[in-house]
Design a protein around this ligand. Structure first.
Ligand code: FAD
Length: 506
């Protein structure tokens, strides 16, 4: 069956835009629509993680984030007098195994505008002021109807797969009748971005303010910007928080009104919800359409980027390389539990803030709450999915992100070298490997890249060296997750046989 497009994407927020660029890079014909003309203007994402930056390398938009961002100094919880409860976490001056600093603050209007320009320069067909109105999911593909919001004309398009990146109130999620799991954090907050008019005198650590009078968050965004977020209690009138005088009063303990101007503010209800299905038929949900969390971890958009990164290569293998569409079922299997961790732990930070604020002594706060709040700083590996034996396995690092290969100068990264792993699966080892004749055809279809790492490259990167102690040849998926590695326990042939059984050809 012929389709107008390989892929339709509903929503060109940050997650839909990233997905569109990834799929275009894979050589797919993409149509992306958005009901709005312009990028979103209210205060939202402000931080990008090391993993986020690594993913954006894939479509060369890492530079957009880097040229307009600042390393985060650290993070922690403070009491009502703004004294740290326990030690803050230091986040500056080092890189992680992903090859980037743990977190950077960026200015979203700048990055989103630049990313939109990249989209406009691409081969992606973009229809703005165009809304999704209905969808017909058939065995061979999806038909969907759109409405042009300027002249009210309706049109139908067909595609093999349709991706809903249409945000928290996702129309596609509703049309598909996908329900959501509510994880019970639903609170109103006001979020304010200010531009400093003079020299900055505020600290570079993000703080969660555990003050019973008003719980809040301070974010030392990319200068000259600073952000505050404050809870609005149930007995308060939300409208009062739209008044600049009220905002100046709240920020008053940090800055005088003549030291800044308010550039944007918004009142949100922070939710913690998760779609029950991330995939239904030939349709997928990614980003806020699939999961929403309070922003305390700074991981909502990151979670959406992970969705796109997980899904794009799988779709490409099915459409371009003729692999069975069963591969696409691993999207929900792998992504939903991971996204749930982010939703739960983001809400966990909110709960911990409230518990610290209400406690006479922080030591009285139950250790499970503390663990949940601080546990959010370490993201889990993937568990079940496309891995050797179908499950993550620490002994062969299956389910873990392979560190980024990089070249170093004077102890600093000179070049990020993920590109050495190619566009498909990578076989990475310390010495050249032999592939049996019977596996060659399969590996050709898999578009494999064979990488032999020189001793000095391994020795320059302690993380890569650490992984290579676990085994001989690593199979690394296109999204840099480790499928498994050969060792005395599992031969390379067994590893390839297992992969073949999970990625069947049509
Ligand atoms: C205060 C705050 C701070 C945050 N801070 C961070 C942070 O620091 N780091 C981080 O990673 N995340 C953060 N987040 C979360 C992050 O902003 C969201 O997860 C992210 O914006 C989701 O992107 P998205 O593309 O999935 O959805 P959206 O950005 O909501 O985009 C959805 C798009 O779909 C379009 N659309 C909707 N319906 C239709 C339709 N029917 N037809 C066509 N188009 C449609 C919309 O116009 C919109 O452009 C924060 C969130 C908030 C509220």
């Amino acid at each position: 069956m012929n389709h107008d497009y390989d892929i339709g994407i509903v929503g060109l927020g940050p997650v839909g835009s990233f997905a569109a660029l990834l799929l275009e890079k894979k050589g797919l014909k993409v149509l992306a629509i958005d009901k709005d003309q312009d990028i979103y203007s209210l205060p939202r994402a402000v931080s990008i993680s090391d993993q986020g930056l690594r993913m954006t390398q894939e479509v060369n938009i890492d530079d957009i984030y880097i040229e307009n961002s600042t390393e985060v100094g650290g993070a922690g919880f403070v009491d009502k007098d703004l004294n740290f409860i326990g030690d803050p976490i230091e986040l500056k001056g080092f890189t992680t195994p992903n090859g980037w600093s743990p977190m950077r603050f960026f200015h979203q209007p700048y990055t989103d505008k630049k990313i939109r320009q990249r989209l406009e320069q691409s081969s992606i067909t973009i229809l703005l002021e165009t809304e999704l109105v209905s969808v017909i999911d058939e065995i061979e593909g999806v038909k969907f109807n759109t409405k042009n919001l300027v002249d009210s004309t309706e049109k139908q398009y067909s595609c093999k797969y349709l991706i809903g990146a249409d945000g928290g109130s996702s129309a596609l999620r509703k049309l598909l009748e996908i329900t959501q799991e509510d994880l019970n954090y639903n609170r109103d907050w006001v979020v304010v971005d200010v531009e400093l008019t003079g020299k900055n005198r505020l600290d570079d650590k993000a703080i969660q303010i555990c003050d019973k009078e008003r719980i809040g968050t301070f974010i030392p965004s990319h200068l000259p910007f600073r952000r505050w977020e404050f809870i609005i209690y149930d007995d308060e009138n939300k409208k009062d928080f739209q008044d600049d005088k009220k905002i100046q009063e709240l920020i008053g303990r940090w800055l005088n009104p003549n030291e800044y101007k308010i550039i944007r503010k918004a009142i949100y209800q922070f939710h913690s919800v998760l779609a029950h299905d991330f995939k239904k038929g030939n349709c997928f949900l990614i980003g806020d359409a699939a999961h929403q969390n309070p922003p305390f971890m700074g991981e909502g958009m990151m979670s959406g980027y992970r969705d796109a990164f997980n899904l794009a290569w799988k779709i490409a293998y099915v459409i371009k390389n003729n692999f069975s569409s069963n591969l696409l079922d691993t999207y929900q299997e792998e992504r939903r539990p991971h996204a749930k961790f982010v939703v739960e732990n983001s809400a966990g930070i909110g709960e911990l803030m409230e518990a610290y604020a209400n406690a006479d002594d922080p030591k009285d706060v139950p250790s499970e709450l503390v663990a949940k709040g601080y546990g959010s700083f370490i993201l889990p590996n993937l568990d079940e999915g496309l891995f050797y034996g179908g499950k993550a396995d620490d002994s062969m690092a299956a389910g873990q992100f392979f560190p980024q290969i990089a070249s170093y100068k004077d102890g600093l990264i000179e070049e990020h070298q993920d590109y050495l792993l190619g566009d498909g699966f990578a076989f990475l080892s310390k010495q050249e490997i032999e592939i049996s004749e019977e596996h060659k055809e399969f590996l050709d279809k898999l578009n494999c890249c064979f990488v032999t790492l020189e001793k000095d490259v391994i020795e320059s990167n302690p993380w890569v060296a650490g992984f290579l102690e676990l085994g001989d040849t690593f199979i690394i998926r296109p999204d840099k997750y480790i499928y498994g590695c050969s060792s005395n326990n599992v031969s390379l042939d067994e590893l390839i046989e297992d992969l073949k059984s999970r990625m069947s050809l049509n």
